[in-house]
Ligand binder design. Structure first.
Ligand code: 5GP
Length: 119
């Protein structure tokens, strides 16, 4: 799948759509999910145009990958969930119900999250 520059997260990155920003650096932007599934639900997105995890990990350079991974950790620390526990989710493709085709990691926490998947 090729990257669609008009996806909603690309518009957020360009400042065309507002977001509740919680963190930003040269590699990543993090903002609150508009429809939170937990008391803390932050989306972390790379600044580059990557569709999903496999695209990111094969196309991004090592600096981008390391910078993004560190940004996820910084969000977990600064939002307070690193102390109590948290879950990272990245939905990739149709079976995972990926809604937005710009790679993103969900940082979820703030309560006991229960089992990883419901059968
Ligand atoms: P996915 O299913 O692609 O992993 O998750 C996409 C997430 O983006 C969903 O949790 C959804 O609530 C969130 N989302 C969709 N549109 C917007 C938006 O315009 N702003 C924000 N902050 N989150 C959005």
């Amino acid at each position: 799948m090729s990257y669609d520059p008009n996806n909603i997260f690309a518009k957020i990155l360009r400042g065309e759509i507002p977001c509740k920003k919680v963190y930003e650096d040269e590699f990543a932007l993090a903002f609150n999910d508009i429809n939170p599934k937990a008391p803390t639900h932050v989306l972390v997105i790379p600044k580059g145009p990557y569709v999903a995890y496999d695209d990111f990990i094969t196309s991004a350079n090592a600096e981008e990958i390391a910078g993004f991974a560190r940004a996820v950790s910084k969000v977990a620390q600064s939002s307070g969930v690193a102390q109590t526990g948290y879950r990272l989710i990245s939905n990739c493709g149709v079976n995972a119900h990926q809604e937005v085709s710009h790679y993103h990691v969900h940082v979820l926490g703030g309560k006991a999250l229960g089992p990883m998947l419901v059968k």
